[in-house]
Write a protein that binds this ligand. Structure first.
Ligand code: PMV
Length: 321
C-alpha cells in the first residue's frame, strides 16, 4: 500500500504572530519570527483510506472531533486547491510531546501534513508554496516548513501569495542557543489560539499598541540574532510575549492561558537573572507551559533550579532544529 511519512518540528516564536487581517486566508496582522525546536517532533503518515471517509488518528487513537475537524478541513482545502484525485485518505499523526497544550503541535502538525500530501501525490511543490498552504491550516505552521531562524513575512497582497515563511539563518548560525521547555500542565488547553487571537484583535484596547511595538521589536530582533546578542534576543522575546498575553488578558471576555505554575517559572527566570547572574529569558505561547531561552553553558544550572521548583512536570532541553 502506498504511504508517505514525514517528520517536522514545532517552532517557538520570539516575535509572535497573534491576530489575522484576513480570517479566511490566515493572513497575519504583522510579521513574526521563530526558531525550530529540535527536541520535539510530529510524525505524520498518509495512506489511502480503506473507506469512503477520511480517517484521522492522533497519537494512535481516533481523533476527537475538535482535533479532527481542522485536519479534515485542511484535506478538503488541499483537494480543492491542488490537482489531486478526490480519494479519501488516512492521516496518522503522532507527537513526541503533549498535544494542543501550547507547545505548537498545530504548527508541526500542519507543516507535516502539507509536506506529506505533497510527497504522497508527487506534486513537486516548493517550500514557499507549501508554506502558503500550511499557513491555511494553522498560521504558525508556515514557519515549521523551515529549520533554524525563520521569518514569516506578513505580506501585502490581498490573495496572500506573498505571506509565507523563509529561513533567515540556519541553526548552525548559533549552535550554543538552547530552549528549555518547561511543562507545567500537559493537558490540552481550553481556549484555542485561533479564537483567542480573534478576540484580542476585536476587543483588546492594547492590541494596536502591541502591534506597533512588536513591529519595531522584529527589526531589533533580526539584528540581535545576526549579532548573536543573547541578552537582547531574550529581552525582546520576553517583552513581545508579555505584550501578546496582555492583549489576551485585556480582551472581552479576558483570556488567560497561565496557571500559578506559569507565574512561578516566570518569577524563577527573573530570579535566576538577578540573584544568580544566569542569563535566561522566558517566552510563552497560547498555553501554560514556559520556554526558557538560554545558552548551553547555563543549562545544567537552570535544570537544577527547575528540579526543586514546585509545579514543574517535566523539562526538555532543546537545540534549535
Ligand atoms: O498558528 P496558531 O493558530 O496555533 O497560533 C499560534 C500563536 C502563537 O503560538 C501564540 C504565536 C506564534 O507566533 O506561534
Amino acid at each position: 500500500m502506498k504511504q508517505t511519512t514525514i517528520t517536522t518540528h514545532p517552532n517557538i516564536a520570539l516575535i509572535k504572530y497573534w491576530g489575522k487581517r484576513d480570517e479566511n486566508l490566515f493572513l497575519p496582522t504583522k510579521s513574526s519570527l521563530s526558531v525550530g525546536i529540535e527536541a520535539l517532533s510530529t510524525t505524520t503518515t498518509i495512506s489511502s483510506s480503506p473507506t469512503e471517509q477520511d480517517i484521522i488518528t492522533i497519537n494512535g487513537k481516533p481523533a476527537e472531533e475538535k482535533h479532527a475537524q481542522p485536519i479534515l478541513d485542511f484535506l478538503n482545502f488541499f483537494r480543492t486547491s491542488q490537482p489531486v484525485p478526490k480519494e479519501s485518505l488516512c492521516v496518522q499523526t503522532s507527537n513526541s510531546f503533549p498535544t494542543a497544550a501550547g507547545l505548537a503541535s498545530s504548527a508541526s502538525g500542519f507543516a507535516a501534513l502539507a509536506l506529506a500530501l505533497n510527497k504522497f501525490f508527487n506534486l513537486g511543490l516548493s517550500k514557499q508554496e507549501l508554506s502558503i498552504l500550511a499557513r491555511q491550516g494553522s498560521g504558525s505552521a508556515c514557519r515549521s516548513l523551515f529549520d533554524g531562524f525563520v521569518l514569516w513575512n506578513r505580506g501585502e497582497k490581498e490573495n496572500g501569495s506573498d505571506s509565507f515563511a523563509t529561513q533567515i539563518y540556519p541553526a548552525a548560525h548559533w549552535p550554543t542557543l538552547r530552549i528549555i521547555i518547561v511543562i507545567v500542565a500537559p493537558d490540552a488547553k481550553k481556549t484555542s489560539s485561533r479564537s483567542a487571537m480573534k478576540n484580542s484583535v476585536a476587543t483588546s484596547p492594547m492590541y494596536k499598541k502591541w502591534i506597533e511595538e512588536s513591529e519595531k521589536n522584529l527589526v531589533l530582533m533580526r539584528q540581535a540574532i545576526t549579532d548573536k546578542n543573547f541578552d537582547l534576543v531574550g529581552k525582546l522575546a520576553e517583552e513581545d510575549c508579555l505584550g501578546m498575553h496582555a492583549t489576551a488578558h485585556t480582551s472581552n471576555p479576558p483570556v488567560n492561558f497561565w496557571t500559578p505554575a506559569t507565574h512561578t517559572i516566570m518569577e524563577l527566570v527573573k530570579k535566576l537573572r538577578t540573584d544568580h547572574n544566569i542569563s535566561c529569558y522566558f517566552t510563552i505561547d497560547a498555553g501554560p507551559n514556559v520556554k526558557i531561552l538560554c545558552q548551553e553553558a547555563d543549562v545544567q544550572n537552570i535544570l537544577a533550579q527547575l528540579e526543586t521548583t514546585p509545579g514543574v512536570v517535566n523539562s526538555i532541553v532543546s537545540k534549535i532544529a
